[in-house]
Design a protein around this ligand. Structure first.
Ligand SMILES: C[S@@+](CC[C@H](N)C(=O)[O-])C[C@H]1O[C@@H](n2cnc3c(N)ncnc32)[C@H](O)[C@@H]1O
Length: 215
């Protein structure tokens, strides 16, 4: 099912790069956190890369990581490729299709130094979100990092009128999806053998939930 999202009308540049306003707004804040939090070397697997804006900027900012963008939707691959060409980053691999909610991809993608998911978990069911975390944990090498960015509930509640409206709009489209509670996601990380760090507060009430695979 295709969701109606605030960024569904992303602009398309003449070279094929799609531009999502939310990715433009949050890219630098995400980059700054990951530069400090991610391992310096190894394989980075980005889930749900979307337009590819983040892949282009993050591969440039983290040159020791071999950056693999992916998305469930094959229609996103052309824009990700256009962003990769724009960035010129030598460490950015061609994007490929990966359904992060499917079973078994974690072992196939191991060993990763970093698994990143930006603005994915609120768009999938709790069952799929749990699988995303478990498969990501299986993909991580010892010392690897799982980084999950997005809007989350705190103690079961949204934290602004805008978040309440967005969460309600998602649940109206599909009752199984919507914001997940930050503590619940951290609980899934712990259950998958990871050690969650303290949540990082991000602009627009978002959070970065980061967890380490013990070395
Ligand atoms: C809101 S966009 C976020 C894109 C990008 N991470 C960003 O923040 O700009 C959500 C993305 O999740 C992808 N997606 C949804 N379900 C997925 C799944 N099960 N596995 C991988 N990608 C998925 C969609 O195709 C879409 O590109």
């Amino acid at each position: 099912m295709s969701l109606r999202l605030p960024d569904s009308g992303a602009a398309v540049l003449p070279d094929g790069r799609r531009v999502a306003p939310s990715a433009t707004r949050n890219a630098e804040a995400i980059r700054d956190v990951l530069v400090a939090a991610a391992p310096a070397r190894g394989r980075a697997l980005e889930l749900a890369s979307g337009t590819g804006q983040h892949a282009a900027i993050l591969a440039q900012a983290l040159p020791g990581l071999d950056w693999q963008p992916t998305d469930r939707d094959p229609d996103n691959l052309a824009s990700i490729a256009a962003w990769a060409a724009w960035s010129g980053a030598a460490n950015l691999r061609p994007a490929r299709v990966l359904d992060a909610g499917s079973a078994g991809w974690g072992r196939a993608e191991a060993p990763c130094a970093l698994v990143l998911a930006v603005n994915l978990l609120h768009l999938v069911s709790a069952e799929v979100a749990q699988r995303v975390v478990a498969e990501a944990a299986a993909a991580l090498a010892p010392g690897g990092v799982l980084a999950v960015y997005g809007p989350f509930l705190r103690d079961g509640r949204t934290t602004s009128d805008g978040d309440a409206a967005f969460d309600a709009a998602l649940r109206a489209q599909d009752p199984a999806i919507g914001y997940k509670d930050a503590a619940w996601v951290q609980g899934r990380m712990t259950a998958a053998g990871l050690a969650p760090r303290a949540p990082v507060a991000m602009p627009a009430n978002n959070l970065f939930l980061i967890a380490d695979r013990p070395g």
